[in-house]
Design a protein around this ligand. Structure first.
Ligand code: FEO
Length: 395
């Protein structure tokens, strides 16, 4: 248990060795944490639990340090198993304690656990008085599940934001002024891109709604990673900025290759882009994690995607990646395709179609060469890169 402010304590788990989240979808090189919080006021409220593998330690620690029978209320901001995984063990010990959550969370918890616990359904504006502090509930549907909710602790002035504003980052420090800023910024953006970006229009509305409530927010404590103590509103501003077709002046060239021709085309295109003084990054899709590639795509103004044609299609790393980009609704960027081929050569057209489906503005028919580019064809690659960079500069 660690006091974060006044009556609020962190009672979560730091998972230093986590390397993948959401199955294998999201790489977590710095681990993560499941941040549950306890408010010890006249009444005691527990906010969220932890992921299932840590449920016994979580419940036993709470029992030793607080005494489970001293918990008056449980607040579930979000029912996904990384936050509700300790609930069944907890309710086994204190079955009558009321659980405050949204109607959708109740529906999901009933399905997950098949238990008719003492649910108290809340909606935006509902409050729960604990003594010095009062909890204000703010529904946040689709940020990022239909059941998601934020809880603001009036009095201590801490926003318990659950997944929103989090990062997968385990560190010895608890607060943003205690940890590596580069890692924190990078992981906050990666979390936003991979978890919340599809819902960015709702994020803008929610931040506007939070601002209109005129709350004095002195700390933002998410359910993963580091707590925003120093200038806590900075993460709201970042989410606002990232939600509005965010772009940096850079191009990402993503490719897969069989016998090196497509890789060489990628590098020659990069040379052309550099001649126009535009930054670029080259990524072999088989050697990078998709969740990291998504961040680079998110930051770019445009992407070029390459694959050789194989069996009338393209190499398998590319469609999966483009499917993820489409699902994340990363739009407002330009796209192009390239690749080598042996005989049929439809790979470039397939990539362009996938880019169009993902709502990229495809600016030409792409670039393809038979077997291995000649010296003359490499010059075409450079020119292709220059033209793409000119589009980027005018975009
Ligand atoms: Fe961290 Fe949506 O669970």
């Amino acid at each position: 248990m660690f006091k974060i402010k006044d009556e609020i304590y962190w009672v979560g788990v730091k998972n230093w060795e986590l390397r993948n989240f959401h199955g294998a979808e999201f790489s977590t090189p710095y681990g993560s944490s499941y941040n549950a919080y306890l408010i010890r006021d006249k009444q005691t409220a527990l906010i969220d639990t932890v992921w299932q593998p840590f449920k016994e330690d979580f419940v036993n620690n709470l029992d030793q340090e607080v005494g489970l029978n001293n918990i008056d209320y449980i607040i579930i901001n979000h029912s996904e198993i990384d936050h509700s995984g300790g609930l069944a063990s907890l309710m086994h010990r204190i079955p009558d304690v009321p659980i405050y959550c949204t109607a959708k969370a109740k529906e999901i918890l009933l399905k997950l656990f098949q238990k008719e616990w003492n649910f108290k359904v809340v909606k935006t504006g509902d409050t729960l008085n604990l003594g010095k502090n009062e909890l204000l509930f703010i529904e946040a549907p689709m940020l990022h599940w239909p059941d998601s909710m934020l809880t603001f602790v009036k009095g201590t002035n801490v926003l318990l934001s659950n997944d929103a504003f989090g990062q997968h980052y385990a560190a010895s420090g608890f607060f943003n002024d205690e940890v590596d800023q580069c890692k924190l910024d990078r992981e906050a953006m990666k979390y936003f891109v991979n978890i919340l970006h599809p819902f960015r229009k709702l994020i803008i509305q929610k931040i506007d709604q939070i601002k209109a409530l005129n709350l004095t927010i002195e700390m933002i404590a998410p359910s993963h990673g580091i707590i925003w103590r120093d200038d806590p509103l900075q993460i709201l501003d970042k989410y606002y900025e990232w939600s509005q077709n965010y772009q940096e002046d850079t191009v990402v060239i993503i490719y897969d290759t069989m016998w090196d021709s497509t890789r060489k085309i990628a590098h020659a295109i990069g040379e052309g882009i550099a001649r126009e003084k535009v930054n670029y990054k080259i990524i072999n899709a088989t050697k990078f994690d998709n969740s990291d590639i998504l961040v680079e795509v998110f930051k770019s103004k445009g992407i070029l995607v390459g694959s050789p044609t194989v069996n009338n299609g393209i190499l398998s790393s590319i469609p999966g990646l483009l499917e993820e980009i489409k699902g994340m609704k990363i739009t407002g960027k330009i796209g192009g395709a390239f690749g080598s081929y042996g005989w049929s050569g439809e790979g470039v057209k397939i990539i362009n179609n996938l880019l169009s489906e993902a709502k990229f503005e495809v600016i030409n028919d792409g670039l393809k060469f038979k077997y291995k580019p000649t010296e003359e064809e490499f010059k075409e690659c450079i020119e292709f890169g220059e033209n793409f960079a000119k589009h980027i500069k005018g975009f």
